[in-house]
Structures are given as structure tokens and as C-alpha cells.
Design a protein around this ligand. Structure first.
Ligand code: NAG
Ligand code: NAG
Ligand code: NAG
Ligand code: NAG
Ligand code: NAG
Ligand code: NAG
Ligand code: NAG
Length: 295
């Protein structure tokens, strides 16, 4: 009897330890963002844009529901910039203040009930065009997705590209002004520039993918589709939504959508299209089925 009691006691201690370690334990995360002037060539011309850590779009933040995120932004660029933490439940201190060149500021983002996908971006239109990235909020450690667990997830950010330099003079960006539209920074094939790259999504046959779509285009709705494939929408703007089924997805400026994609067609390549509401240019990408299931 005594040893049984010990086992029960040991088990409950283990259970408590387990719950302390793996559930309610919201974590702190630290990110370093370096704002810098970066030379990028697209549409056969080179210009300097403001980026975070040299990449367009910028680095992703990936945390869990309820975590706290510290983002230390060091401005090594030429202009003062502020970040906007739009779509988060709790206001973020310092969102209205400019970070002057040579200075830094640490934003503290306390997550509450947000789940799914948001994005971070500079506040003013000209800087936001190049200074943005995904903010992924996974379920808490003890929490499951309320839909079949995806094989993996994939961020898809729609952006726009201007041949001209954007400056503080560009306080707003009107629809149809862009020279091209991008998927994760790639212009695709529609512009006829052999030097530009195309977004490629590799999938395994019968895999299930959670696509996290973000419309970073300032002033245009984007319509997204993949030839012969359809989507199940499961969330938007960092909340789970009623499931809905569609063959094309429409995103308002600033909107995010989480959708499931079943790779259930014949093994091959299919076009991805993203069409801005101004209609002057489309952009394309490709999904490629891998014949081996090594994903
Ligand atoms: C940005 O670059 C700095 C300096 O190289 C590095 O320490 C930091 O980890 C990078 N941040 C991200 C989010 O990649
Ligand atoms: C395309 O890229 C190649 C290799 O980087 C470069 O030599 C060439 O000048 C580029 N062409 C144009 C028109 O920019
Ligand atoms: C600036 O960065 C330093 C070093 O990372 C840090 O100690 C300091 O708190 C930061 N200042 C602000 C205002 O975020
Ligand atoms: C940016 O501002 C300049 C100067 O006012 C203007 O000529 C240009 O058309 C603007 N570009 C966009 C994309 O709005
Ligand atoms: C969108 O375009 C309209 C009309 O040109 C303009 O008034 C508005 O400020 C623009 N919004 C942004 C975020 O640039
Ligand atoms: C999602 O966010 C975008 C951008 O802020 C907004 O236009 C849209 O109405 C939002 N959708 C919902 C359902 O809240
Ligand atoms: C963009 O794509 C849509 C839908 O595939 C098509 O109807 C339209 O003609 C395309 N526009 C351009 C400018 O290629």
C-alpha cells in the first residue's frame, strides 16, 4: 500500500512539473532588428531601400500564443522610422515614436489571445513598402490546432515594387502606382525580366499545408489562386474563423488569412497568381510537387 501511495505522489508531482514546464509557461523572446540601407536589383534596375537585416521582406517572428516578444530595433538607416503593431490586442508602447538614425528602441509585445498570423511593419507608407515581415503565433505548447495538423506552414507575403526611390515625400501610396508586385520578394515571370526570380513552393503529394497569407500592398486588394487547387480558410487577422472553402482568396490591404492547402492533384507544377485590384500587372509563382515524400 505504502509504495502505491508513493507512486501516486510521484505521478502527481510529475504531472505538476509537466504542466509547469509545458503549458502555462509563456515564454519571452528577443529579436534584434537592424534597419539598414540595402541595394536591391529588380526590373533591371538597382536602388537602395530601407530593410530590416538586409532582406525584403524582412525576417519572421515566430512565437506561441501568450508569449512576450521584445524587438530591439537599431536604426542604421538614413531616416527616422517608427513601427506600427497593428492588429495586436494590447497597445504597444512607443508605437507612435520615431527611432532616429543611430538610435534604438525596444518594443515589448505582450501577446494575449492572438493566434495565427499577423505582421510587423514600419508605420509610414514609404518605409512600410520595404520594412515588413510575418509575425507567426503558433498554438501554445499544450494546445492543438482546431483543424488537422498541417505537414508544415508557409508564409506568403504580397508586396509591391517601385523602380523609383520612395522617401518621406511618399506619405501615401495610391493604388496602381507600383511597377510590379511580389510574392515573398519575387516578381515572377509576368514582367519579362530574365534576371528576376519566381517564388517556388515545394509540396509533397498528399501533404497538408497551412499557408499564412499577408497583404503588405499599401492600397490594393489582392486576389490569390493556385491553378486546380482550392483552399479551406481557417483564420484571419490572428483569430480562428469559421471554415470556408474557395478556389480564390481576396485580401484587403493589411489583412492576413490562414488557409489549408491539400496537395492532392496530379504530381506536377501549377501556377500561383496574385492579382492586384488595380489590374495593371499580375504576379506569378509556382507550386512544385516533389515526387519523393522527403518534406
Ligand atoms: C539581424 O542581424 C543582427 C546582426 O547581424 C543579428 O544579431 C540578428 O540576430 C538578426 N536578426 C534576425 C531576426 O535575423
Ligand atoms: C542580369 O544578371 C547578370 C548576372 O548577374 C548581369 O551580368 C547582367 O548585367 C544582368 N542584366 C541586366 C539587364 O541587368
Ligand atoms: C538599445 O540597445 C541596447 C543594447 O542592446 C539596450 O541595452 C538598450 O536597452 C536599448 N535601448 C532602448 C531604448 O531600447
Ligand atoms: C513618391 O513621391 C515622389 C515625389 O513627390 C513622386 O514623384 C512619386 O510619384 C511618388 N511615388 C509613389 C509610388 O507614390
Ligand atoms: C490610398 O490611396 C488613397 C487615394 O490615393 C489615399 O488617400 C490614401 O492615403 C492611400 N493610403 C495609403 C495607406 O497609402
Ligand atoms: C482584417 O484586417 C484588415 C486590415 O486591418 C481589415 O481591412 C479587415 O477588415 C480585417 N478583417 C476582419 C474580418 O477583421
Ligand atoms: C491577371 O490575372 C487575371 C486572372 O488570372 C486575368 O484575368 C488578367 O487578365 C491578368 N491581368 C494581366 C494584366 O495579366
Amino acid at each position: 500500500m505504502g509504495s502505491q501511495k508513493h507512486v501516486v505522489l510521484l505521478l502527481s508531482v510529475l504531472l505538476i512539473l509537466n504542466s509547469l514546464l509545458f503549458s502555462g509557461a509563456d515564454e519571452d523572446h528577443y529579436y534584434e532588428f537592424i534597419l539598414q540601407e540595402t541595394e536591391i536589383t529588380k526590373l533591371y534596375s538597382t536602388k537602395t531601400i530601407l530593410t530590416v537585416n538586409g532582406s525584403f521582406p524582412g525576417p519572421e517572428i515566430r512565437v506561441r500564443r501568450g508569449d512576450t516578444v521584445y524587438v530591439n530595433v537599431l536604426n542604421q538607416g538614413r531616416s527616422a522610422v517608427s513601427f506600427d503593431w497593428q492588429g495586436f490586442e494590447d497597445p504597444v508602447d512607443g508605437s507612435n515614436e520615431l527611432i532616429q538614425p543611430g538610435k534604438n528602441f525596444t518594443y515589448e509585445i505582450e501577446l494575449d489571445d492572438e493566434i495565427g498570423t499577423l505582421w510587423w511593419h514600419a508605420r509610414s507608407a514609404w518605409a512600410k513598402a520595404t520594412v515588413h515581415g510575418a509575425f507567426v503565433i503558433l498554438p501554445a505548447a499544450d494546445e492543438e490546432y482546431p483543424f488537422p495538423t498541417p505537414t508544415s506552414d508557409q508564409i506568403i507575403i504580397f508586396g509591391e515594387w517601385f523602380k523609383q526611390e520612395l522617401t518621406e515625400a511618399n506619405e501615401t501610396i495610391a493604388a496602381g502606382q507600383a511597377d510590379g508586385y511580389t510574392i515573398n520578394g519575387h516578381l515572377g515571370e509576368t514582367y519579362g525580366c530574365s534576371n528576376d526570380t519566381t517564388y517556388l513552393l515545394e509540396v509533397a503529394y498528399e501533404g497538408l499545408y497551412l499557408l499564412r497569407l499577408i497583404n503588405a500592398v499599401a492600397n490594393e486588394t489582392m486576389v490569390f489562386a493556385i491553378a486546380q487547387h482550392s483552399f479551406t480558410t481557417v483564420g484571419q487577422n490572428a483569430t480562428y474563423s469559421q471554415r470556408s472553402f474557395s478556389t480564390s482568396l481576396t485580401l484587403a490591404p493589411g489583412q492576413t488569412l490562414d488557409v489549408l492547402l491539400s496537395a492532392n492533384q496530379n504530381v506536377g507544377q501549377y501556377y500561383i497568381t496574385a492579382q492586384p485590384s488595380s489590374g495593371r500587372h499580375n504576379t506569378t509563382g509556382v507550386i512544385q510537387y516533389l515526387t519523393s515524400t522527403g518534406v
